[in-house]
Design a protein around this ligand. Structure first.
Ligand code: HEM
Length: 442
């Protein structure tokens, strides 16, 4: 299929269009009590969800996207023959995949926030707006509409935000690195990365393996859809700060250590381009802050350690087993909870973290591979089964190697800084598929 054939007008805007900054957002989870109510909800949402084509043309006060869990499709009475054509990981759901994802101990689904990971979670609606006022207005309209509908119940809600400087709870600028997608017209952020085939992110198109990922059937349901992974990730900010304090000689050393764990300074400036000190101008410069590879001049990781978060999550051109391009993802992370004030080292007991969102067509070789192999089990990066120092499932015994001359530095006793509070695997239908679901007559 040619690149230009990407049907932007049938793809939900949230799949391809980067989010504005700043913004506020709310996730609402619905239970479908009765299939007629569920169909009516999708019918009404169909008229407010923008397409990727429209998003390029017109600014809006609020953006809505809608995704369904496997149980949601069942509750709508999607025929079994169609249900059987969805990816097996999606049919099992995130909670059933916990062991592979490193969701053990505190992150075990038994400890998740209810009703996440339960069979009650059916439809995830995300409403996003540039400011609180416009979000509240959109939510008031949404509340009125779903109260009229009947047969559906809102069972969970999470408010989130992206600050103007896009800093997440640990204090790093996020939302920098995004892949370019063939035919989308949206440039990526790394000029050294050729655009990826659309089939990596949208169902119904050729992917990097020169084949089309299995399209859920019928075509009218699967085409122009994507899989989405939502994860509510609690961040232990005080523990992160304490760890830096305990393992660095002074404040400058703490900043360097934080950067060595992330692969970027807190400003977003990559170690690859400024290894010795932060450069906030570079960090905020979208033309330069993602323009780098690792292989040419940092194969060993003296600048960006091979085990750092960004190098694990996207090794770029570095030598790793396999092909990095088939493990890429669209990320739409949003912070929740108030920031822990600067300088505070004691936990205040407040829940804060990241609503992580992955978008792609291959739950297995994209999200699950990166989460299980590169984040939590990667001998590729160190020759030892060390985990991601920032977001990995560490257990107070984790180690982290920072290449240095003449001797490498090894961090010991890494605790877990990120705890999974819950999540869902969802299918994000194209706009025609939303209508197909709304028109199901059973
Ligand atoms: C609370 C947990 C997490 C935090 C605080 C976090 C934070 C960050 C930050 C600050 C960046 C650098 C900014 C950027 O490149 O856009 C980043 C990049 C990235 N993260 Fe995470 N992240 C978390 C969890 C995850 C998870 C669970 C995954 C996937 C399984 C992931 C995948 C990525 C990817 C793919 C990149 C881009 C790497 C690149 O292209 O250079 N992150 N993350």
């Amino acid at each position: 299929m040619s690149a230009s054939a990407l049907e932007l007008d049938d793809i939900q805007a949230g799949v391809l269009r980067p989010r504005p900054a700043p913004y506020v957002a709310t996730y609402i989870l619905f239970h479908i009590d009765h299939n007629a109510g569920g169909r009516e909800l999708l019918k009404r949402l169909g008229s407010v969800v923008a397409s990727a084509a429209e998003a390029a043309r017109a600014p809006r006060d609020a953006w809505v996207s809608v995704a369904l869990t496997f149980q949601g499709l069942q509750a709508l009475h999607v025929p079994q023959a169609a249900l059987d054509t969805f990816a097996p990981e999606f049919r099992q759901g995130m909670a059933a995949r916990a062991r592979d994802l490193g969701d053990v101990g505190e992150s075990d689904p038994a400890n998740w926030e209810k009703p996440l990971g339960s069979s009650d979670a059916h439809v995830v609606v995300t409403v996003l707006a540039p400011d609180r006022e416009r979000l509240d207005a959109a939510l008031a309209r949404a509340r009125k509409a779903y109260q009229e509908i009947g047969g559906i119940t809102a069972i969970w809600r999470q408010d989130c935000h992206a600050l103007p400087n896009e800093k997440e709870a640990f204090g790093f600028r996020d939302g920098i690195s995004h892949p370019a997608i063939e035919g989308s017209g949206i440039p990526g952020t790394n000029p050294e990365e050729p655009p990826l085939k659309a089939g990596e992110f949208v169902l119904g198109y050729a992917d990097e393996m020169s084949e089309a990922p299995l399209l859920p059937q019928p075509d009218a349901l699967g085409r122009n859809g994507s899989y989405v992974v939502f994860r509510k990730l609690h961040q232990r900010v005080a523990a992160f700060r304490q760890y830096l304090r305990a393992n660095a000689a002074d404040a400058d050393g703490e900043e360097l250590l934080a950067a060595k764990m992330m692969g970027r300074w807190r400003s977003g400036a990559p170690l690859a381009l400024c290894p010795l000190h932060d450069d906030p101008g570079l960090g905020g410069d979208a033309q330069r802050n993602n323009a780098f590879g690792f292989k040419r001049d940092d194969a060993i990781g003296y600048k960006t350690p091979a085990g750092s978060h960004i190098r694990r999550m996207n090794p770029r051109d570095a030598d790793v087993a396999g092909v990095a391009r088939i493990h890429r993802m669209i990320r739409r992370g949003t912070s929740y909870g108030p920031l822990l004030p600067e300088g505070v080292l004691d936990d205040d007991g407040v829940d804060r973290g990241l609503m992580f969102a992955f978008i792609g067509t291959h739950l297995d070789r994209q999200f699950e591979f990166v989460q299980s192999e590169w984040m939590n089990n990667s001998e590729f990066f160190s020759g030892r089964p060390a985990k991601d120092p920032v977001a990995g499932a560490n257990d107070d015994a984790g180690t982290y190697d920072i290449p240095r001359r003449p001797l490498a530095m090894r961090l010991q006793g890494l605790p877990r800084f990120v705890v999974t509070r819950g999540g869902e695997y969802c299918f994000l239908p194209g706009l025609r598929a939303l209508r197909w679901l709304a028109d199901l007559d059973r």
